[in-house]
Design a protein around this ligand. Structure first.
Ligand code: SER
Length: 408
C-alpha cells in the first residue's frame, strides 16, 4: 500500500467513527511558546484539554483526527538507524471529553489488524507509580486498559511498564499528560494511545484535568515501513525518491526537515528555532561533503522533497526553500573553507569554534581533533567569556536542547 493511501485510510477510518479531519498546524506552534517546534499531534489541541477552548464551537465535534507535521531533534544522533527521523508526520485521533479507553483501544485494534491486516506483537499498559515519600504523585495501575485488551483478544501479550515508557507528556514545562497504552508491530512501537487525565504543573505535581481526553499518535513513516516491509524507513516510497538523489540518510533527513521548517517560516539564525535549522543544514552539508557530493545535491534533495507529491503544501515554497538553503550553505561553505585553510597552515582546530562558530560535532567531521585539548580550551574560553560578561554561549546551545515532547 502506498504511503498516501495509508494516510487517507487512517483519516477516513476515524471520519467514519465520527471524527472531524483537521489540517496539520505548522511545525512552529502558533499557540505555545514553551516549545520550539510542534512535536506531536496534540500540540495544536492543548487548549481543548486544559479547558481554554471549545472543540465543538471551533470544529463542530468533540472528536478530531489529523496527520500532523512534527519536528523532534532530541533523537538526532539516532537518525540513520531504521526508524529515527527529525521530521515526521503523526497520525492521530483525539477526543476532549467524548469517548474514552474502550473506544480508543477497540478502534486502534480494528485499524491495525483489520484495516491494515497487521499482526500485533504485543501491547503495553501503565504499571502504576507509587507516590513519593512527600506524598506527591501516585498514579494507579491501568487495569481498565488491560481488561479492554483482554476482552478484544484473550491471547494478546500485555506488558506493563512504568512512567518512563507508559506515561506521556507534558510537552514543555506544564500541561496535559497521562498513562498510555502502546501497540508494537514488527518490533517497533507504532501507536501511542494517551489517556490525558492529569495536568502536570511546573513543580511536577499532578492535578486532574478539567476535560479528560484521548490523544493518540502513530508515527506515519514507521507505519509505512511496517506496511511496506522494508528494512528501514529510507526504502519506503516516502524516502526512496530522495535516497536516489543523495544516498545519505542524514543528508536526506536533514534537508527534508529543513524544507518543512523554511516553508513554515523558520530562518537560519544563532538562536532558538533558527539555530536548529542552521545546525541541520550545516550537518547536511558536512555529510554531503564527506561523501564528495557538492552543494547542488542538497538543492536536488530539497527539490525531490517538494515534488514528492506527499506534501502538496510545499509547492508554493519551492523557490523560497532553495534560496534560504543555498544562501546559508554557501555562507557556511566559505567560512568552513577559510577555517580549514588556517588549520592546514598549522592553526589549532579550536579556531574553528572561536572564529567560525562551528560546534565540535562538525569540526570532528572535517578535521582531526584532539578532544582532550579541545575541551580544555573550551572550558578556558567559557571561563574567560563569563568573566567578560559575554553571553556568546547561549547561541552554542546544543541541538538536543529541543527535548520537548519526549516521554518522561
Ligand atoms: N502525544 C503522544 C505522542 O506524541 C500521542 O500522540 O506520542
Amino acid at each position: 500500500m502506498l504511503s498516501n493511501e495509508i494516510r487517507d485510510k487512517f483519516l477516513k477510518f476515524f471520519q467514519t467513527q465520527g471524527h472531524v479531519v483537521v489540517p496539520s498546524s505548522p511545525v512552529v506552534p502558533n499557540n505555545d511558546d514553551s516549545v520550539l517546534f510542534t512535536t506531536a499531534g496534540m500540540q495544536q489541541f492543548k487548549p481543548y484539554y486544559i479547558g481554554g477552548a471549545d472543540a465543538v464551537q471551533d470544529f463542530g465535534s468533540l472528536n478530531l483526527t489529523s496527520s500532523q507535521k512534527c519536528v523532534r531533534t532530541s533523537d538526532i544522533e539516532e537518525v540513520g538507524d531504521k526508524s529515527h527521523l527529525t521530521f515526521f508526520e503523526m497520525l492521530g485521533n483525539f477526543s476532549f471529553g467524548g469517548y474514552w479507553k474502550k473506544e480508543s483501544i477497540e478502534w486502534a485494534h480494528e485499524f491495525i489488524t483489520r484495516e491494515l491486516g497487521l499482526t500485533i506483537d504485543y501491547v503495553s499498559v501503565f504499571a502504576g507509580e507509587p507516590s513519593t515519600s512527600s506524598g506527591q504523585g501516585g498514579v494507579s495501575e491501568d487495569k481498565e486498559s488491560e481488561e479492554i485488551w483482554k476482552s478484544i483478544d484473550p491471547d494478546i501479550v500485555i506488558k506493563k511498564f512504568g512512567r518512563a515508557d507508559n506515561f506521556w507528556g507534558p510537552t514543555g514545562k506544564e500541561g496535559p499528560c497521562g498513562p498510555t497504552t502502546e501497540i508494537y508491530v514488527d518490533g517497533i512501537e507504532v501507536w501511542n494511545i494517551v489517556f490525558n487525565e492529569f495536568f502536570q504543573r511546573e513543580d511536577g505535581s499532578l492535578e486532574p484535568l478539567k476535560t479528560r481526553g484521548i490523544d493518540t499518535g502513530m508515527g506515519f513513516e514507521r507505519l509505512v515501513k511496517v506496511m511496506q516491509k522494508t528494512e528501514t524507513v529510507f526504502e519506503t516510497d516516502l524516502f526512496a525518491p530522495l535516497m536516489r538523489v543523495a544516498n545519505s540518510r542524514i543528508v536526506v533527513d536533514h534537508v527534508r526537515t529543513s524544507a518543512f521548517m523554511i516553508s513554515d517560516g523558520v530562518m537560519p539564525s544563532n538562536t532558538g528555532r533558527g539555530y536548529i535549522l542552521r545546525r541541520l543544514l550545516r550537518r547536511a552539508y558536512v555529510h554531503a561533503r564527506k561523501m564528495d557530493m557538492g552543494t547542488e545535491v542538497l538543492n536536488s534533495v530539497a527539490d525531490a522533497v517538494v515534488n514528492h507529491g506527499s506534501y502538496k503544501g510545499l509547492y508554493a515554497f519551492a523557490e523560497n526553500i532553495e534560496v534560504v538553503m543555498m544562501e546559508e550553505i554557501e555562507k557556511f561553505k566559505k567560512a568552513l573553507d577559510a577555517g580549514l585553510k588556517q588549520v592546514e597552515k598549522g592553526e589549532d582546530p579550536f579556531i574553528l569554534f572561536t572564529s567560525y562558530g562551528l560546534p565540535l560535532e562538525i569540526i570532528e567531521e572535517v578535521t582531526v581533533v584532539d578532544k582532550e585539548s579541545f575541551n580544555k580550551q573550551l572550558a578556558e574560553h567559557k571561563r574567560l567569556s563569563q568573566e567578560a560578561g559575554e553571553h556568546k554561549f547561549s547561541a552554542q546551545k546544543d541541538i538536543s536542547a529541543n527535548q520537548e515532547g519526549r516521554k518522561n
